[in-house]
Design a protein around this ligand. Structure first.
Ligand code: NAP
Length: 434
C-alpha cells in the first residue's frame, strides 16, 4: 500500500493515530483496530498510536483490546512518542507513517507543526478540525509544497464536515440533470441519558469565534474570486425559522460545513470544470423554548468570547456556559450509544438537456446521511475511512498532492461506499419534477 506519491511504501506504519490519548483519539484508535480486523484489511494494516505519554497510549490500546476482545492489540500495535512542541519528534513520527490521523486539537494551536512535519517528510495527513481559519490557513501555506511532495493533507474529515461535503456530492450524483442548489438540515437525537460534548470541541469553538477578523484577512490573502452562481439563486432563510419540512424551529448551522462545501465546490469548478452547487446548512432545534434557551446561551457566548477574561471564564466553566451541552468529562458511553444524527439534503436543479442558466429549476431531490453519535463514533468512522481511502483508493485521488477538503480529495474515490459499510449511511429519499 502506498499513497499516490509512492514514497511511503517501505515505512513501518500505514496509519498512525496522533493524539490517540485524547477523548476523540480513543475512538479513532479503536475504529482503526476494528477496521484492521475487517474484511478489506484483515491482517495487512500496520498501525501505531502516537502521543506524548507512553502510559496513556498503552492505556488506549489496553482499553481497545478489552472492548473489542482483541488482546493482541496490546502488543501488536506500535507506540510512537512525540510532542507538538518538539519538531524533531514530529518529523520522526511522520517518517514512520504513510498517513497520520491527527487528533490533536485545538488545531489553531497544535495543528500546523503536524502539517509541516508531514508535508516535509512526504506523509499524507488527515485531521478532524472544524476550524476554518486553521483549514484555510494550511491551504494558503502548504498547498504548493504538498503538491510538490505528492502528499495529501485532508482537513475537516470528522463529523465536521464529511457528511455535509460528501452528502452534497452524493446528492449531485443521484440527480438526473444538473444540481445547482442544496440546503441541508441536521437533526441530532439523544437517548434517555441525554448528551454532552467533550470540552476539546468547546475550546476550539471559543478560539475560532474570537478570531473571526483574522479569517476575513486570511481569505483576502488567498484572494479567490466569488464562485459563479449557476441556476436560480438559493434564498437564505432567517436566523430562526419554522421548518415546515421538520415541523421544528431551525437555525443556520454554525459549524464549518458551509465553508468546507464551498471550498470543495470551488475546487471541482476550477480544476474539474464541474457546475458549482450553492449550499446552505441548517440545524433543527425543536420548539420555541429550545430556541429561547439557545439564543440566550448564544448571545452570552458571543459576548464573552470577545474578551480574554470572557474566554477564560468560558474555558473554565464549559458546563455552566453551555447549559450542560459541553463538559470536561465528555459524554458517557451510554449517552454515546443513545445518540444519532440525520442530515437531510434538499436539492434542486435542471433536468438533463436543459441549460441551468435558463429558467427555473425543474427537478428536485431529497437525500439523507444518517449515522451513530456524531461527535465521536461518526467522527472516528469518517476519519478512519478517509485514511483508508488515501491508502486504498490512491489512483482515484486528485492527480497532484495538496491541501484538500474531503470532497475535493475523495469525490472520485469509494469513500461513500466505505462509509456506508461502516455505519454512515447515504440514501436517496425522493426525486421528483419540481
Ligand atoms: N470534526 C469533528 O466533528 C470533531 C469531533 C470531535 C473532536 N473534534 C476536534 O478534535 C480535537 C480534539 O478534541 P478532544 O475532545 O479529543 O480533545 P482532548 O481530549 O483534549 O485531546 C487532545 C489530545 O491532544 C494531545 N495533545 C495536547 N497537546 C499536545 C502536545 N503538545 N503534543 C502532543 N499531543 C498533545 C493530548 O495528549 P495528552 O493526552 O498527552 O494530554 C490529547 O491526546 C479538537 O480540536 C476538537 O474540536 C472534531
Amino acid at each position: 500500500m502506498a499513497t499516490r506519491g509512492g514514497v511511503t511504501a517501505g515505512r513501518p506504519y500505514e496509519l498512525v493515530v496522533f493524539g490517540a490519548s485524547g477523548f476523540t483519539g480513543h475512538f479513532v484508535a479503536e475504529e482503526v483496530a476494528r477496521v484492521a480486523a475487517g474484511a478489506e484489511l484483515r491482517g495487512s494494516l500496520r498501525w501505531a498510536v502516537a502521543g506524548r505519554s507512553r502510559d496513556k497510549l498503552q492505556g488506549v490500546l489496553d482499553r481497545a483490546a478489552e472492548r473489542l476482545g482483541k488482546p493482541e492489540l496490546k502488543s501488536e500495535v506500535g507506540i510512537i512518542l512525540c510532542d507538538v512542541s518538539d519538531p524533531s519528534s514530529l518529523a520522526d513520527m511522520a517518517k514512520q507513517a504513510a498517513v497520520v490521523l491527527n487528533c490533536v486539537g485545538p488545531y489553531r494551536f497544535f495543528g500546523e507543526p503536524v502539517v509541516k512535519a508531514c508535508v516535509e517528510n512526504g506523509t499524507s495527513c488527515v485531521d478532524i478540525s472544524g476550524e476554518p481559519q486553521f483549514l484555510e490557513g494550511m491551504y494558503l501555506k502548504y498547498n504548493d509544497k504538498a503538491a510538490e511532495k505528492g502528499v495529501y493533507v485532508v482537513g475537516s474529515s470528522g463529523f465536521d464536515s464529511i457528511p455535509a461535503d460528501m452528502g452534497v456530492l452524493y446528492t449531485r450524483d443521484n440527480l438526473k440533470g444538473t444540481l445547482t442548489a442544496v440546503e441541508s438540515f441536521l437533526t441530532v437525537k439523544s437517548g434517555p441519558e441525554g448528551y454532552s460534548i467533550h470540552d476539546g470541541t468547546w475550546k476550539s469553538a471559543i478560539h475560532g469565534l474570537a478570531d473571526q477578523g483574522n479569517l476575513r484577512t486570511l481569505r483576502k490573502q488567498i484572494g479567490h474570486k466569488p464562485l459563479p452562481i449557476i441556476g436560480a439563486k438559493l434564498k437564505r432563510r432567517g436566523l430562526v425559522f419554522y421548518s415546515q419540512e421538520f415541523k421544528e424551529y431551525s437555525i443556520p448551522f454554525m459549524g464549518s460545513d458551509v465553508s468546507v462545501v464551498k471550498r470543495t465546490q470551488r475546487y471541482l469548478h476550477t480544476d474539474l470544470k464541474e457546475t458549482p452547487v450553492q449550499y446552505a446548512a441548517y440545524a433543527t432545534v425543536g420548539g420555541i423554548a429550545s430556541v429561547i434557551k439557545l439564543m440566550f446561551a448564544g448571545l452570552l457566548f458571543f459576548l464573552l468570547v470577545k474578551f480574554s477574561f470572557g474566554r477564560n471564564l468560558l474555558t473554565k466553566y464549559p458546563e455552566l456556559f453551555s447549559g450542560g451541552h459541553f463538559t470536561k468529562k465528555g459524554p458517557t458511553q451510554k449517552q454515546i450509544d443513545g445518540s444519532s444524527f440525520t442530515m437531510t439534503f434538499f436539492g434542486e436543479g435542471y433536468c438533463e438537456g436543459q441549460d441551468p442558466q435558463q429558467g427555473k429549476p425543474n427537478v428536485k431531490i431529497c437525500t439523507q446521511v444518517k449515522g451513530p453519535d456524531a461527535g465521536y463514533v461518526a467522527t472516528a468512522v469518517a476519519m478512519v475511512q478517509a485514511g483508508v481511502a488515501l491508502l486504498k483508493d490512491a489512483s482515484s485521488l486528485p492527480k497532484q498532492g495538496g491541501v484538500y477538503t474531503p470532497g475535493a480529495a475523495f469525490s472520485k474515490t469509494k469513500l461513500i461506499d466505505r462509509l456506508n459499510k461502516h455505519g454512515i449511511e447515504f440514501s436517496v429519499i425522493s426525486k421528483s419534477e419540481a
